[in-house]
Design a protein around this ligand. Structure first.
Ligand code: NAI
Ligand code: MG
Length: 334
C-alpha cells in the first residue's frame, strides 16, 4: 500500500511520526510517500501546494494528514479544502465515543456516548465560491442534489451497521439550501429503511452537550458538521483524541479533527492519539481489521495506564505516549 504522508504544520510534525511508528509496529506493509504542503511551504515558496503534489497524492492509495496552519491572508486558499474537493473526498466521517478513563477537564460527558458525525465535505459554505471587496464579502453556499444524496447514503450505510438511527442536522427554518438538504436526506433515509429524526443545528449543539448518549449517526452540511465536531471533541475530553476519515469513491484521507495547535506546537506535548486513531481508521478502510484492533488495544492500554498528555490532565510527552504504544504492540506480537 502506498500512503502519501503530509505532516503539514505545527503539531502535524509531532503527531504524524508517532502514527507512522504505530503503523510500522503493527507490521503494515506500506510505502511512505512524503508530500510537503501547507503554510511552511507557502512562506518559503509562495505556494502552499503545487499541482504536482495533487498528482503524487492521486498516485497513492490514500493519504495520512497532520494539520495545516491557515494564515490570516484573504488571498490564501485552504490547502485541505482544495485536496478534499479535487480528490472528491465527499464524506468526512468523525466518530466520537466517551472513554472509560478519568479525564481532568470539566466538559467530559457524564454518561457514556457513542455517535458519528457524517459531514458533507466538498460543498456548502466551504465550496470556495467567494469574493471579497472593499465594502463587502460574499461566501456562496451551494448545496447540490448529488452532494446531499451521496452524503445521506453514506450516513445511512453507517447507521445500518450501527443502531439504525439517523439525525438530520439543518437550519431549514431559515435557509432554503437547508430545506433542500433536509428533504433529500429524508428521501434517502426512507428509501434505505433507516429510522430518522431531525434537528435544527442550534438546538443540536445544545442537545449534544446535554444528552450526547441519545445520538447514533448525525448527517450535516459542511460548516455545521465542522462546528459540531469540535463541540463533540470537548465531550470526549480533548481534540487530541478525535480522529477522522475523508472518504471518496477513489481516494481517502485520514486526519485528526484538530488543527496545527500553534499554542503548543514545538513543545513535545501534543496528544498523538487523534493522529494514531486516524491511522487506525486508515487500517479499517484498507480492511486490515486485525491490525486496526491492535492499535485500538494499545490506545486503550496507554489510557488505562494513565499515560496521558497535558490536554487530558496528565504529564506524559508525545514521545512517552508513542513509546508506550509501540512497546505494548511489540510485546503483543512476540
Ligand atoms: P486547533 O485544533 O489547532 O487547536 C484548538 C485547541 O486544541 C488548542 O488549544 C490546541 O492546543 C488544542 N489541541 C489541538 N490539537 C491538540 C493535540 N493533538 N493535543 C493537545 N491539544 C491539542 O484549532 P485552532 O487553534 O483554531 O487552529 C490552529 C490552526 O490550525 C489555524 O491556522 C487553523 O486554521 C488550523 N486548522 C487546521 C485544521 C486542519 O488542518 N485540518 C483544522 C482546524 C484548524
Ligand atoms: Mg474543524
Amino acid at each position: 500500500m502506498k500512503v502519501a504522508v503530509i505532516e503539514g504544520d505545527g503539531v502535524g510534525h509531532e503527531v504524524i511520526p508517532p502514527a507512522l511508528k504505530v503503523l510500522k509496529a503493527v507490521e503494515l506493509d506500506f510505502e511512505i510517500v512524503p508530500v510537503e504542503v501547507g503554510y511552511g511551504k507557502w512562506e518559503r515558496t509562495g505556494r502552499a501546494m503545487d499541482d504536482n503534489d495533487l498528482d503524487v497524492m492521486r498516485d497513492c492509495d490514500c493519504i495520512l494528514f497532520g494539520a495545516i496552519t491557515t494564515p490570516n491572508d484573504p488571498n490564501y486558499q485552504s490547502v485541505l479544502l482544495r485536496i478534499r474537493r479535487e480528490l472528491d473526498l465527499y464524506a468526512n466521517v468523525r466518530p466520537f465515543r466517551s472513554l472509560n478513563i478519568p479525564i481532568d477537564t470539566p466538559y467530559v460527558a457524564k454518561e457514556p456516548f457513542d455517535f458519528i458525525i457524517v459531514r458533507e465535505n466538498t460543498e456548502g459554505l466551504y465550496g470556495g465560491k467567494e469574493d471579497i471587496g472593499e465594502d463587502r464579502a460574499t461566501s456562496m453556499r451551494t448545496i447540490t442534489r448529488k452532494g446531499s444524496e451521496r452524503i445521506a447514503r453514506t450516513a445511512c450505510k453507517i447507521a445500518k451497521e450501527r443502531k439504525n438511527r439517523l439525525t438530520i442536522v439543518h437550519k431549514a427554518n431559515v435557509l432554503k439550501s437547508c430545506s433542500f438538504f433536509r428533504e433529500l436526506c429524508i428521501d434517502v433515509a426512507q428509501e434505505d429503511g433507516v429510522q430518522y429524526n431531525e434537528a435544527l443545528v442550534d438546538a443540536m449543539a445544545y442537545n449534544l452537550i446535554l444528552t450526547p448518549q441519545k445520538y447514533d449517526v448525525l448527517v450535516a452540511t459542511n460548516l455545521f458538521g465542522d462546528i459540531l465536531s469540535d463541540l463533540s471533541a470537548a465531550l470526549v475530553g480533548s481534540l487530541g483524541l478525535c480522529p477522522s476519515a475523508n472518504i471518496g469513491e477513489k481516494y481517502a484521507l485520514f486526519e485528526p479533527v484538530h488543527g496545527s495547535a500553534p499554542d503548543i506546537a514545538g513543545k513535545g506535548i501534543a496528544n498523538p492519539l487523534a493522529a494514531i486513531l486516524s491511522a487506525k481508521m486508515m487500517l479499517e478502510w484498507a480492511e486490515e481489521h486485525e491490525k486496526a484492533g491492535l492499535v485500538q488495544q494499545a490506545v486503550n492500554y496507554v489510557l488505562e495506564k494513565g499515560i496521558k498528555t497535558t490536554d487530558l490532565g496528565g504529564h506524559a510527552s508525545t514521545k512517552d505516549v508513542s513509546y508506550a504504544l509501540v512497546g505494548y504492540i511489540a510485546n503483543l506480537r512476540k
